[in-house]
Design a binder for this molecule. Structure first.
Ligand code: S3P
Length: 172
């Protein structure tokens, strides 16, 4: 098993940290959004537009279920909404050591400001949207996570090093 699963809000650095970490620790890297895009042959925004959010959430759960049997020694970065479903929180925890990359609203806003690719952040008043979603999700991220790592003001290598050392202390 020995997988490291990175969860957290959009812009928390899951993919950047995950890629860096995997490269440096000699582990495989898997990004659930990238997998879904490859399997569906469509961008995430197109899936949301054509089929709606619940359909995308079902794809996420289906992927997580399949990953239970074929995933080993991997760093897995998951979409920001993955831990919202209770079933997914359980599946994430059984997949490996779940690490919540935490960041403040200010940090997140700085990172997602000019990003038009995320359907959950489309529309009026980005700040209000981010604030509401972060409020709704904070407790769920904590519930899903074995470890919480703060990322504000820290660069990718520093966060990756901390993830690895904390996970090792945790027994991974
Ligand atoms: C989402 C986050 C995105 C992607 C989708 C929905 C969310 O992933 O899965 O746009 O609900 O938070 P990132 O967290 O990698 O941006």
């Amino acid at each position: 098993m020995r997988n490291l699963i990175l969860i957290g809000f959009m812009g928390a650095g899951k993919t950047s940290v995950g890629k860096y970490l995997a490269r440096n620790a000699g582990m495989a890297f898997v990004d659930t959004d990238e997998r879904i895009v490859a399997e569906q042959g469509m961008e995430i925004s197109a899936i949301f537009e054509k089929y709606g959010e619940p359909y995308f959430r079902d794809l996420e759960t289906g992927l997580l279920e399949r990953m239970q049997t074929d995933m080993e020694d991997s760093v897995v970065s998951v979409g920001g909404g993955m831990p919202v479903r209770e079933q997914n929180r359980e599946l994430l925890r059984s997949l490996g050591c779940v690490i919540y990359l935490q960041a403040t609203k200010a940090t997140i806003l700085g990172r997602v400001q000019n990003d038009g690719t995320r359907p959950m952040l489309r529309g009026e008043d980005l700040e209000a949207r981010v604030e509401r979603l972060m409020r709704e999700r904070e407790a769920l991220y904590r519930e899903a996570a074995h470890l919480v790592i703060h990322t504000d003001g820290r660069d990718i290598p520093e966060v990756a090093r901390t993830v690895l050392s904390e996970a090792r202390k945790f027994g991974y």
